[in-house]
Design a protein around this ligand. Structure first.
Ligand code: C5P
Length: 214
């Protein structure tokens, strides 16, 4: 049987991770946060003192970076980077590193290998339904208004709502306008606007979409 892949894409802070994990739990599948992989790559680039915008040097480093992601920990070249990859330095640079075509090539291959090793999974990112798994059983584009996304983020990790909203909008703009694999609603994807919905409501709605798609 072909692997069951559920692709979840959408802008920053839309609740993709929370929903993706809950969905994977309900379906007995494993979950892959590809954003954490781009963040880990950014951390590695910074650790090596390579300027994030240096196309050739970042491309040279990308294949060498060892990234391990399990339920609770992200390890980069043997260093625990779980907290650092969520920090401001990485968050502000990640979109630039993610725009590097070699970085994308390396990480997309690792994402496909991950699924092949498992016969499927819930995979979350920006280009999963459009590029990485265009034949996914279900493709979702999970979104919410920028204000709501910023408020949720502040409730989770603190910060100033206006500042967080501005940073989210900036990252979305960069991710949507880059040349390689921009954030977009993949062909055949179902848009799920989570504004005003609880996590359980979103997960139930997605399970109905999956049922209808099978
Ligand atoms: O999902 P998260 O916000 O952690 O992703 C961080 C960044 O990684 C995104 O803003 C985007 O630049 C990049 N990314 C990507 N493609 C993916 C997942 C994330 O370009 N599939």
């Amino acid at each position: 049987a072909s692997p069951l892949v559920i692709a979840i894409d959408g802008p920053a802070g839309a609740g993709k991770s929370t929903v993706g994990r809950a969905l994977a739990d309900r379906l007995g599948l494993e979950y892959l946060d590809t954003g954490a992989m781009y963040r880990a790559m950014t951390f590695a680039v910074q650790q090596r003192g390579v300027p994030e915008g240096d196309l050739a040097d970042v491309a040279a480093v990308a294949p060498l970076v060892d990234i391990r992601i399990d339920d609770s920990t992200v390890t980069v070249d043997g260093v625990d980077a779980t907290e650092a990859i969520r920090g401001r330095d990485v968050t502000e640079a990640v979109s630039q590193v993610a725009a590097n075509p070699t970085v994308r090539e390396v990480l997309v291959q690792r994402q496909r290998d991950w699924v092949a090793d498992r016969d499927g999974g819930v995979v979350e990112g920006r280009d999963i339904g459009s590029v990485v798994f265009p034949d996914a059983a279900l493709k979702l584009y999970v979104t919410a208004s920028p204000r709501v996304r910023a408020e949720r983020r502040v409730n989770q990790v603190g910060g100033d709502v206006d500042e967080v909203e501005a940073s989210i909008i900036k990252r979305d703009r960069f991710d949507s306008s880059r040349e390689h694999s921009p954030l977009t609603e993949a062909t055949g994807s179902k848009v799920v606007d989570t504004t005003g919905m609880s996590i359980d409501e979103v997960v139930d709605h997605i399970l109905e979409l999956l049922e209808a798609a099978r």
